[in-house]
Write a protein that binds this ligand. Structure first.
Ligand SMILES: Nc1ncnc2c1ncn2[C@@H]1O[C@H](COP(=O)(O)OP(=O)(O)OP(=O)(O)O)[C@@H](O)[C@H]1O
Length: 366
């Protein structure tokens, strides 16, 4: 069942189009991450769903109702912000109880809802404390609790973990996942951190320049990025992207780099490359799909080592190919030096080809 539907949602501030024609559907119980770089329109999209700002155009449906013109309080949503916005002088109990007291619920009903929420979030032992007596993670749990007691159709979360230190962020990440799983809650979650989106969400809505680029499961977005923006935004280290020309050599289709190297293509990649505009394409590859060679090899692309970063389990290296940085991961036993000449072998089954002009992923013609 669809819980939230955005239809051609648009928000303009004068000439600035913060959100352009964004459409997507969030199913009941789904965890959707709105993700993208700063200024891409994700917070504006969340605020439009919440009703905190009016739409310029389009429609928003929550549950069975068109809510486009409804006040936030009538939308059956609860928000969790990055600054937890707890009342400093109220106890945790009263922080949780306050939204219910405002709705004039009975004392017994409030008591039960607060204690149930406290149990879910494991903060029962903190109910008599005040916010300043809590750690950042505990405060975040109280903020979640305050949303939870309202039993909304949809939880809207705006970078709820960004004020926590790195270790706590990872811990709270799994707690919010448990929260989602245990309650079968519908969650729309804003983050600029692609890793947070990939690890937590059922689906991710990748935004750029106010436009929705791709809306799919993290696995599909990772495996089949729709354009070079998504390809380089999702995944760490980023997918390497090398501008190339599509050419014919010895009767076969090859990619030719700026410095003259050529890479013969498999049949399916040749069909994809042949669809590029004006013979301009971009070759993409994730670090884990590349093989490093110390000597020239037919079909391998020449480069020069720029930097080497051992991390323990794996060593990351940056290789300069033409003028581009190519990220590659290596077994820690491989020792290479900056400025060393190397050759990179691409995996034809796992490389990506994009149109050099439109930046869209190339598909093989039937
Ligand atoms: N009240 C406003 N008036 C004018 N422009 C605005 C307003 N609010 C947002 N914008 C612009 O709309 C665009 C999208 O902003 P938004 O806050 O949604 O981005 P974001 O992706 O959430 O970024 P961040 O991660 O930095 O919060 C930006 O270019 C921003 O400058």
């Amino acid at each position: 069942m669809a819980e939230v539907v955005l239809k051609d949602v648009m928000k303009a501030y004068g000439a600035v189009h913060a959100v352009k024609d964004v459409s997507f559907t969030v199913e009941h119980g789904e965890f959707v991450a709105l993700v993208g770089p700063s200024g891409c329109g994700k917070t504006t999209t969340l605020n439009l769903i919440a009703g905190l700002i009016p739409l310029t155009d389009g429609e928003i449906v929550i549950g069975e109702r068109v809510v486009t013109d409804l006040d936030p309080k009538d939308r059956d949503i609860a928000m969790v912000f990055q600054n937890y916005a707890l009342y400093p002088n109220k106890t945790v109990f009263n922080n949780l109880a306050f939204p219910l007291q405002m709705r004039k619920q009975s004392r017994e009903a409030i008591d039960k809802k607060v204690r149930d929420a406290a149990k879910v979030l494991d903060i029962t032992h903190l109910l008599d404390r005040r916010p300043r007596e809590l750690s950042g993670g505990q405060q975040q749990r109280v903020a979640l609790g305050r949303a939870l007691v309202r039993d909304p159709a949809v939880f809207l979360m705006d970078e709820p973990l960004s004020n926590l230190d790195a270790k706590l962020r990872v811990q709270m990440r799994s707690e919010i996942k448990r929260f989602h799983h245990n309650l079968n809650a519908t969650i729309i979650y804003v983050t600029h951190d692609q890793l947070e989106a990939v690890t937590m969400a059922d689906k991710m809505a990748v935004m750029h320049g106010g436009c929705l680029q791709q809306y799919d499961t993290p696995a599909n977005v990772f495996a089949n990025p729709i354009n070079t923006f998504v390809a380089s935004f999702v995944g760490s280290p980023a997918m390497s992207l090398i501008p190339v020309d599509v050419a014919t050599e010895g009767g076969g289709t090859v990619l030719r780099g700026a410095s003259g190297w050529t890479l013969p293509l498999s049949a399916i990649n040749a069909r994809k490359a042949q669809g590029s505009s004006n013979g301009k394409a971009v070759l993409g590859a994730r670090h884990s799909t590349l093989k490093l060679h110390r000597t020239a090899l037919p079909g391998a692309v020449p480069g020069k080592v720029y930097s080497v970063e051992p991390t323990g389990d794996v060593t990351f290296a940056q290789i300069i190919v033409d003028a581009e940085v190519v990220n590659i991961s290596l077994d820690p036993s491989v020792v290479i030096q900056p400025d060393e000449a190397v050759w990179i072998e691409f995996d034809q089954d796992r490389m990506h080809l994009f149109d050099g002009q439109t930046t869209m992923a190339l598909k093989a013609a039937e």
